[in-house]
Design a protein around this ligand. Structure first.
Ligand code: ADP
Ligand code: ASP
Ligand code: MG
Length: 431
């Protein structure tokens, strides 16, 4: 799905020329703070940077699988938890990490202050569970930094313009970190995670995937939008809009990771392919036997949009005898909202019925170079065909080709497509 391109100015964020040299934002993900030992290691890493003279703001995620466990807990209590209560619950994980982080840093002989998203001045809109940051009021952070303290901020959360606690969507600690880096005019935003950087495919699925030294915002946007959860989509949009350079790197080693930044105009050799991504979080809905006349698609998709359902890929078949089928994909988490709308929509437009299929996955090929290289799509389809994998839906953007396949085939699909384009990946990695 294409990332938004509209640039929204966020109050509180300094223009790029007001950069404060020496301010560093470091974000640590769930695995990085997964147990007390790891949290202490994170504290040592933060303190080491501070001792070099830096002004350090660290954004922490919830420990390990805490957020998943809290979500699960909610559904054991209620089938339809209210979004406001959900945010009260799931924002807790990050607060635990920060409080413990403060203790660990104090034990190392440094002053630290842990802040909730609200205390840190992360102001959002009122959309619970997927709120957008609308302003950063960083005064309190500046004061603490001026006093020589290390600032720890609970990621993934904020306070809405209506004074409610909100969360920023899964993976949202990345967004907190980037927003703070922009607001503080930080030199860069370091994202510490459980892999060494951004790879040509999820290294858990393709062990021989290669680490990319540099990825442009545009490529990373497409990768995140099509399932590479190493960076949350919103955070990359934010980084691009505010020119924040990101360094994705391992929490366990000191090695150089992947820089996400503006396209380098000097670079003559552009990589054709930057990577293969996959996404198993979507489902497919099909409207069957739809009368082929103007206004039908408009009616159904308007109703879905009004309910806040995020539609991704859409296909309409060629009609036969005045009837057609329309299939589309959407997040599985939106099914509960979409299904009743489809039921009503079906009656409204005189369709024969609808069906639901959750056993799908999407595999995508991303690369800025495909704009000027014909044949990339054909190569991808061939790779899938040779592996006997059926393509159910295809969609493209100028730098992405996505195919829906059976969920059971997805790992193999990623592997065969990655194999087919491996050469380009090696070129890109300078190997
Ligand atoms: P964190 O908790 O640090 O935020 P995440 O689990 O959100 O970490 O993201 C890191 C994970 O993203 C990796 O463990 C990896 O499995 C997955 N991933 C998916 N695609 C990629 C990719 N192209 N490059 C690197 N990691 C990827
Ligand atoms: N803890 C939140 C999540 O699991 C936010 C994050 O880790 O970025 O989605
Ligand atoms: Mg993450």
């Amino acid at each position: 799905v294409a990332a938004t391109t509209d640039y929204e100015a966020v109050p509180g964020i300094a223009p790029a020329d007001e950069q404060r040299v020496g301010t560093l934002v470091m974000k640590f993900g769930g695995t990085s703070v997964g147990n007390p030992d790891r949290l202490q290691a994170v504290a040592r890493r933060i303190v080491a940077v501070k001792e070099e003279g830096g002004r350090v703001v660290a954004v922490l995620s919830a420990m390990g699988d805490t957020t998943d466990e809290l979500v699960e807990l909610a559904y054991r209590i209620s089938a339809r938890p209210k979004p406001r209560a959900m945010d009260m619950l799931i924002s807790v994980g990050e607060r635990i990490s920060c409080a413990l982080g403060e203790m660990a840093i104090e034990d190392l002989g440094h002053e630290a202050i842990s802040l909730t998203g609200s205390q840190a001045g992360i102001v959002t809109d009122t959309t619970h569970t997927k709120a957008k940051i609308v302003e950063v009021r960083a005064q309190r952070i500046h004061e603490a930094l001026d006093e020589g303290k290390i600032v720890l901020v609970a990621g993934f959360q904020g306070v809405s313009t209506g004074q409610e606690i909100t969360t920023l969507g899964r993976g949202g600690s990345d967004t907190t970190a980037v927003a703070l880096a922009a607001a503080l005019g930080a030199e860069s935003c370091q994202i510490f995670t459980d892999v060494e950087g951004v790879y040509t495919a999820d290294p858990r699925v393709v062990p021989e995937a290669l680490k990319l030294p540099v990825v442009t915002y545009e490529e990373m946007l497409e990768m995140s939008a099509s399932g590479a959860k190493v960076m949350a989509l919103r955070s990359v949009e934010f980084a691009r809009n505010h020119g924040v350079r990101l360094h994705v790197r391992s929490t366990f080693t000191d090695s150089e990771g992947t820089w996400i930044q503006k396209e380098d105009e000097q670079l003559l050799e552009k990589a054709i392919i930057s990577g293969v991504t996959h996404d198993t979080s979507e489902a497919k809905l099909t409207l069957i036997g739809v009368p082929d006349r103007p206004g039908v698609a408009a009616r159904v998709f308007r109703a879905l949009a009004d309910a806040g359902v995020n539609i991704d890929m859409i296909v309409q078949n060629v009609s036969s005898e005045g009837l057609t089928d329309i299939s589309f994909t959407l997040p599985k988490s939106d099914l509960a909202v979409a299904e009743p709308i489809l039921e009503t929509g079906c009656n409204d437009v005189g369709a024969a019925g609808w069906s639901q299929d959750s056993d799908i996955a999407k595999v995508s090929l991303i690369g800025a170079g495909m704009r000027s290289h014909p044949g990339v799509a054909a190569d991808m389809f061939e790779a899938l065909a040779e592996a006997g994998i059926n393509i159910e839906i295809i969609s493209t953007s100028s730098i992405r080709i996505s195919c829906v396949v059976r969920a059971a085939d997805v790992d193999r699909a990623v592997q065969v497509v990655h194999d087919k384009f491996r050469l380009f990946a090696e070129e890109r990695a300078g190997a």
